[in-house]
Design a protein around this ligand. Structure first.
Ligand code: PLP
Length: 382
C-alpha cells in the first residue's frame, strides 16, 4: 500500500510531535503528585504548570480546572454536579444531536425520576432556538447540556446565545466542547457556562486525559470522590497525560486563523472534488456554520460500513458516523436531521487535522470516488 491518509481526526487525532518528544523525555518523572518528596514535588509542579496552561487556554482561573480521564468522564461529572446537589429534580434539557456520552447520562437520571426535554434540530443540524427558549422558560432552573460542535457533521451551535437564554431562566449549563478545541476559540468567560468538557485525544494529546471546567461557585458533586483535585475528582492524577495535555494545548495555541483557513480550504477542496465526480453526493450540514475540518458525506444507496473497510484496505481511514457509536445503529444525529435510516447507513465522515496536506486530500478524494463508483457498479447497497 503506497498511500496512507488518516481522515478520522474527530475520533482521535495523532499525537503532535512536540507532545511525543515531551512525553518521551519526561517519563522518568514518575512521582505521585500527592507525595511529599522530591519526585512527588516534580510531578506536582508539572501538573500545576499544565493547569496554568489550561486556564490560560480557556480564559479562566486555575482553581476552575479539574483534570479528568477525558470527555465522557467530564460530561458525567457535570451531570453529577448539577443534578446531585439539590433535593428537587431539575429538568434536563439537551439537543437531539448530543454525543452518546450525554445520552447515557440523561438516561441514567431519567431512570432516577428526572424529567428531560430534547430540543430538535433542522435539516442542516441547526438547533431550534425558539423551542429551546420555550423549554427554558417553562422549566426554570433546569440543567442544560449542549454540544458546541457536532462530532459527526461538524455543525456548530451558537453556545453564547444558548447560555444567555438558559441563564435568563436560572439554568445551570454544561457545554460539551470536545470537538471544538483546536478548531474554534473556547473562551469560558465569553461563553459564560458553568461547566465545560474537553478531551486531550481530540487535540493531539494522549487518551485518558481531559478537563472539566467548573466555574467558581457552581455546584460540585464529584463522580469519583477522593482528596485529589481539591476534592472534585478522586484518584491519583494521570500526571504524564496531564502534562502531555498541557503541551498539546500549547501546540494548538500556536495555531492561527491561517491554519484554520487552510484546513477549511482543504476540506472544501475535498468536497468539491467529490461533488465534481459524484454529483449525487449529499453533504450533511452544508448550509450551517461547520467545523473547518469535518465533512459528512452521504452516498445514497451505498453501504457505508463496507465503504469504510474498502477504503481502509487502500490506506484511507475514515468513519461511518461516530467511532464511539459504531454499533450497527443508524446515526441518531443524521436521523435527527431528517435523514432516513438508509441515508444514515450510507454516510461516512472524514475529518482532517492541522497536519493534513493537499496531496493527501487529492489522493483520498480520488480513491474515494473510484471506490464509490466500483461499489455502485456492483450494485452493493445499504
Ligand atoms: N463529546 C464529543 C462531542 C465527542 O466527540 C466525544 C468523543 O468522540 C466525547 C464527548 C467523548 O470523549 P472521550 O472519548 O474523551 O470520552
Amino acid at each position: 500500500m503506497n498511500t496512507e491518509v488518516y481522515l478520522d481526526n474527530n475520533a482521535s487525532t495523532s499525537v503532535a510531535n512536540d507532545v511525543k518528544d515531551y512525553v518521551c523525555s519526561n517519563l522518568s518523572s514518575f512521582g505521585n503528585p500527592s507525595s511529599h518528596h522530591h519526585y512527588g514535588y516534580i510531578s506536582r509542579k508539572t501538573v500545576e504548570l499544565s493547569r496554568k496552561i489550561s486556564a490560560d487556554y480557556l480564559c479562566c482561573r486555575e482553581s476552575e480546572i479539574v483534570f479528568t480521564s477525558g470527555g465522557t468522564e467530564s460530561i458525567g461529572s457535570s451531570f453529577s454536579c448539577a443534578l446531585e446537589t439539590r433535593e428537587e429534580k431539575r429538568t434536563i434539557i439537551i439537543s437531539s444531536v448530543e454525543h452518546a456520552a450525554v445520552f447515557s447520562q440523561q438516561q441514567q437520571f431519567i431512570d432516577r425520576g428526572h424529567h428531560d426535554i430534547v430540543v430538535p434540530v433542522d435539516g442542516d443540524g441547526r438547533l431550534d432556538l425558539n423551542f429551546f427558549e420555550k423549554a427554558c422558560k417553562e422549566h426554570p432552573g433546569a440543567f442544560v447540556s449542549m454540544i458546541y460542535a457536532n462530532n459527526e457533521t461538524g455543525v456548530i451551535f451558537p453556545v453564547k446565545k444558548i447560555v444567555q437564554i438558559a441563564k435568563e431562566q436560572g439554568a445551570l449549563v454544561h457545554i460539551d466542547a470536545v470537538q471544538a478545541v483546536g478548531k474554534l476559540t473556547v473562551n469560558v468567560k465569553e461563553i459564560d457556562c458553568d461547566y465545560l468538557s474537553l478531551s486531550a485525544h481530540k487535540f493531539y494529546g494522549l487518551k485518558g486525559s481531559g478537563i472539566l471546567y467548573i466555574k467558581d461557585g457552581a455546584p460540585v458533586c464529584p463522580l469519583i470522590p477522593g482528596h485529589q483535585e481539591k476534592g472534585r475528582r478522586g484518584g491519583t492524577e494521570n500526571a504524564i497525560g496531564i502534562q502531555a495535555m498541557g503541551e498539546a494545548l500549547k501546540f494548538i495555541m500556536n495555531k492561527t486563523t491561517v491554519d484554520m483557513k487552510r484546513m477549511k480550504s482543504l476540506r472544501d477542496n475535498f468536497e468539491s472534488l467529490v461533488l465534481e465526480k459524484l454529483p449525487e453526493t449529499k453533504i450533511n450540514g452544508m448550509e450551517s456554520d461547520r467545523l473547518c475540518n469535518t465533512s459528512s458525506l452521504t452516498f445514497i444507496g451505498l453501504d457505508a460500513a463496507q465503504l469504510v473497510v474498502m477504503l481502509s484496505r487502500q490506506g484511507i481511514y475514515v468513519s461511518a458516523g461516530a467511532a464511539c457509536t459504531n454499533d450497527g445503529q443508524p446515526s441518531h444525529v443524521l436521523v435527527a436531521m431528517g435523514r432516513t435510516e438508509k441515508e444514515a447507513a450510507s454516510t461516512i465522515r472524514m475529518s482532517l487535522s492541522v497536519m493534513t496536506t493537499l496531496e493527501e486530500i487529492t489522493a483520498a478524494s480520488n480513491i474515494l470516488c473510484q471506490t464509490v463508483s466500483q461499489l455502485e457498479s456492483f450494485g452493493i447497497g445499504a
